[in-house]
Write a protein that binds this ligand. Sequence first.
Ligand SMILES: [Zn+2]
Length: 330
Amino acid sequence: MSHKLQIGEMKASYITDQEIWSHFTYIFSSKSRNSTTYKFVLIKSIIENLYNVNEELEIHYFNLFKSFTKIYWNLVIHHKLNQINMMGKQAEVQKILLDFQAKYGIDSSFVFDKLSNEMQLNIIMKVMKRCKINVMGAVYGDTAGSIYDFDNKKETLRLNASFFTFMQRFQKILMYLTNYQLALFLEKFNINGDTKGMLIKVENVSKRSSLNQFYEVLASYFTGTCFYCGMAIRSRNAAHVDHFIPWSFVQADQLWNLVISCNACNLSKSDKLASESYLSVLIDRNHEFVRMQQVQEREDMKVYSATKLQSLYHYSFENGYSTIWVPKSS
Ligand SMILES: [Zn+2]
């Protein structure tokens, strides 16, 4: 049984777009064994961590399972949604989360971000320990070991280089596809629970409720002016933490992609890409960041490079973020 594998080796060095599309078609078809939502949530977690890869294109399980746990917490605890195709049963991940919730008496209104750092860490480790056995081998088996390899002892997943490029090029459409399939499954196997507006729930399940923790770090480098228009920002309330590459594309919060902006710029930029001149400014800002000891030790900064940010900019443009925004007052 491939899903019980501890180690999976890469079976192909180069795969074509067509081969990758056919793998996705298979995973999302009734031919693939999808008794739980694991495969969909794993793919969603990989997409969220596409820019957390190191130079070997490896994603550490901790980052992967941080996404995985957050998604499941919000689906299972916050929205009370069943994750298995049998009514009255629970997927392993559901049991872990519900036990945890009961043990600590956590109210269902709590989204993952509202849990303390210590609790988050605790639950991520529990989910990772139990779920890696079932989850990593499943998609690996479906794709004949061609899109990634993994090592459950080393706790890393390594993407095939051609698959990595493919994911970046078609990131947006793959996110739509995965969210749709996940919503479809959840609608089918939930009678009770929070099924109204399922696709919107699934699309927003990873969204962070507050970027306050990033503000604290950004503020240490903050010059008191808006990153985009340069206007003075006089109070904390007037300062917004903005995703330079829109969140709807990256689906993640990394310090190197966050800036402080004024209210007006934050609102008018919204889901758009800022002009390329701001990309250079951000690269310079990040260059300063990696020299600051307290910032360079952060996990998100460890995998940062200017090239990565440039390619993210390029791929977001290719994925449909082609309306270029500039601040009104500049
Ligand atoms: Zn501004």
